[in-house]
Design a protein around this ligand. Structure first.
Ligand SMILES: NC(=O)CC[C@H](N)C(=O)O
Length: 226
């Protein structure tokens, strides 16, 4: 598995996601946002978390138009794997690779806390190491994580089984308390139509080491590198 991590001015989880991928056995190279191509042999393009271009206009709005995103779009169109985490999810939505938008959190504040997620399906390249309905313990850290799309789009996502993760409580229940950014249907992550693109708001890359937080995020990287 060869992964290319696209770095933007303001990315800050690029090192974390590279470390998580390497721990699961992937080879990782980094790509600058102004690059026009991904390295030959790239299996997975990663758009990491953090900030991009100062988050001006709307998180990911400028980054979604970066040169490297043309290369990521071409990679996805060829069936290549793409993973966007947090700012990366915002960028994938802004670049047209995933539907919908990440709005300001309902409380209008940056939120940063531990978060349980329910794994909605395990027959994908991203989640095969998890059990169906498994509740994983990771974290969120964002100002604009409130997933929204028009009702037709949400119906399609639900009907096609394209919700990857939902915010839940420790028992897997979808409570209002567990959905602190106000996302529609507690949506924490979604797949593209072909399920080769995953965007998610929470941070699995920070939960791959028992000495630091926990290991519930590791399944995502193990699935990818398998
Ligand atoms: N951790 C992140 O990637 C944060 C994304 C974005 N800067 C926000 O605040 O919503």
């Amino acid at each position: 598995m060869r992964a290319a991590v696209v770095v933007f001015p303001g990315s800050n989880r690029d090192g974390d996601v590279a470390r998580a991928l390497r721990r699961s056995g992937a080879e990782v190279v980094s790509v600058w946002h102004a690059d026009t191509e991904l390295p030959a042999g790239t299996d997975l393009a990663v758009v990491p978390g953090g900030f991009s271009y100062g988050d001006y206009l709307r998180c990911g709005a400028i980054a979604g138009r970066a040169a490297a995103m043309d290369a990521v779009r071409a990679h996805a169109a060829r069936g290549g794997l793409v993973l966007g985490i947090c700012n990366g999810f915002q960028i994938l939505c802004e670049s047209g690779l995933l539907p919908g938008v990440l709005m300001r959190n309902v409380n209008r504040r940056f939120i940063c806390h531990r978060q349980f997620l329910r794994v909605e399906r395990t027959d994908t390249r991203f989640t095969s190491a998890y059990a169906e309905g498994q509740v994983i313990d990771v974290c969120v850290a964002h100002g604009e994580g409130n997933y929204f799309a028009d009702s037709e789009t949400v119906q399609r996502l639900e009907g096609e089984g394209r919700v990857a993760f939902r915010y839940c409580d420790a028992a897997g229940a979808l409570t209002e308390d567990a959905n602190r950014n106000g996302s529609l249907n507690s949506i924490a992550g979604i797949y593209s139509e072909q399920r080769n693109v995953l965007g998610m708001m929470p941070h699995p890359e920070n939960f791959v080491d028992g000495l630091v937080g926990g290991t519930d995020g590791k399944g995502l990287f193990d699935s990818l590198a398998a």
